[in-house]
Structure formats: C-alpha cells, structure tokens
Ligand binder design. Structure first.
Ligand SMILES: C[S@@+](CC[C@H](N)C(=O)[O-])C[C@H]1O[C@@H](n2cnc3c(N)ncnc32)[C@H](O)[C@@H]1O
Length: 255
C-alpha cells in the first residue's frame, strides 16, 4: 500500500487536530536557524567560496540527542502505523533522559495511537550528565502524558524478559561511541528479540544507521550498520537510510 505522507500531514496537522505537532512544525525553521550565530554563518560562507565541503557546525548538545530532521521522520513513520492499522505496543530501547521518548509519547497522543509505551535504559554514565528514572518520568509529566513503563536495567537483563508480546514500533538508540564490534553484537541481540514480536507493517527506527555515503553525517556508531548487515543478511527486509541532517538514522518495516 502506498502512503501519501503529504495527505496525512495536511489532514492531521493542518486541520488543527494535532496542535502540539503543528506548533513543532511551524517553529522548526526558526528554532533550528536561531541556534546558528551570525559569525558562524559568515565563516561558513567564506569556506564555501573556497570550494571546500567543510562547515562549522553547532557543537553537539547532549541535552538533545535528536534534531528536527529526525523528529520529522518519527512523525511520518508513527503516522504510517495509524494509516496501516498496525497494532501492538511501542518500545524505546535506550531512552536516556526521556526527552525524545516524551516527544514520541506526544505524537502517540496526537495521532491517536492507543498503545502502551515501554522504555529501556541502564542509565550508565558517559553522556555528559547523569539521568535517572525520575528524569524520564519528569519529561513525560511536562506534557501531561500517561507514564510509560520504564525498565532500568542492562538490555541483557531486560531483553527479552520485559518486552511486550506484540510490537508496532521500536526505536533503537543504544550507542555508546565505544567498540564498534561490541556495539554490533548488541544491535544483533536486540533485533533477534524484537523482530519476532513485530506485527506486519511495524516500524523499527535504527538511530545512528548510515551507509556512510553522505559526507555530512556523523557516523558516531558504525556498529549499527555492521550489526544490521549481519542481521538482515537472511531477512526479506532491508534498512532504508533516512535523511537526519547531521544525525544518522534508518528504518525498516516488517513484512
Ligand atoms: C545515545 S543514548 C540514547 C538517546 C535517546 N534515545 C535520546 O533520543 O535522547 C544511548 C542510551 O543507551 C543506553 N544504553 C547503552 N547501552 C546499554 C545497555 N547495554 N543496557 C541498557 N542501556 C544501555 C545508555 O545508558 C544511553 O542512555
């Protein structure tokens, strides 16, 4: 079935059915542009004139691990679940502070996806600041969202034990910037347990997935592609790389 994402956007967002998503879309340009100081724009223009592809960019803000491009992809993919009548619960593997999980929770409410949301993280150190279960719950409270179920454990303890039986959407973002082969093993381990629980047409987003072709993408966790290549070698699905600006992102839809 072909999905017309423009139609879904015009129906759900333009008709004021999703006020918070509408506000998000309407403010994307300004919030994104507003972060770039004028001096950096000027320097980038000068560099461009030399023919170089190098550009000064905004330093990574550890408080925001997803940019507007990735959020737009989330919106369209979550919205497709509704259009294809995919049932099952949602899981976010590697939720960190829950800020982006709460954005997904918001999309669920505004798109009318009535399912439970499960989050997983061991809250290990190494992301610039410490977060806890309470940080995540506060992120949901901020938008008056129903509290998700959070499993605070290493994935090797919580998966597959604490996974729901049927899954319509999974967001996998468990990068630690460490050894790529170790990371690839975790990716394969997670996919092995999530894949059989996916409903037909369910969506799985793989954060940090890139084929490395686009030069401006930050290939911070090459283990994601290594793990996906290994897992999908004998599967009918293939990962599609998404445009996520500076961030790498891909997805597949279960056949
Ligand atoms: C890149 S951050 C996730 C960012 C988050 N998805 C967001 O959008 O803000 C990766 C998260 O995965 C978690 N993580 C990594 N390896 C893990 C493991 N083996 N078990 C549990 N959590 C893990 C880390 O604690 C970290 O919070």
């Amino acid at each position: 079935m072909e999905l017309d994402i423009n139609v879904s956007y015009s129906v759900e967002v333009s008709e004021d059915k999703c006020p918070m998503i509408k506000e998000f879309f309407e403010n994307i340009d300004s919030s994104h542009e507003g972060k770039i100081p004028k001096w950096r724009i000027a320097i980038n223009k000068l560099i461009k004139r030399t023919g170089s592809l190098v550009q000064l960019s905004h330093p990574l803000d550890y408080g925001d691990m997803m940019n507007p491009e990735c959020k737009i992809n989330l919106y369209h993919l979550l919205s497709s679940l509704k259009h294809l009548n995919v049932t099952g619960d949602l899981v976010d593997i590697g939720c960190f502070d829950g800020k982006n999980s709460a954005f997904m929770g918001l999309l669920m409410v505004e798109l009318g996806i009535d399912a439970h949301f499960y989050l997983y993280d061991h809250f290990g150190k190494g992301y610039g600041r410490n977060v806890s279960k309470q940080t995540v719950m506060d992120s949901f409270k901020k938008f008056n969202l129903r509290q998700p179920t959070l499993y605070e454990n290493d994935f090797r303890v919580s998966i597959p034990k604490d996974l729901p039986d049927t899954i319509s959407f999974a967001h996998i973002d468990c990068g630690h910037g460490g050894d790529k082969n170790e990371h690839a093993d975790i990716i394969v381990f997670l996919l092995e347990h999530i894949y059989p629980r996916l409903e037909k047409n369910a969506v799985v987003i793989m954060m940090d997935y890139t084929q490395g072709v686009r030069k401006s993408v930050w290939n911070v966790n090459p283990g994601v592609k290594i793990g996906c290549d290994r897992f999908f070698a004998n599967k009918p699905e293939k990962i599609t790389e998404l445009y996520g600006g500076f961030f790498a992102q891909g997805f597949f839809r279960k056949q």
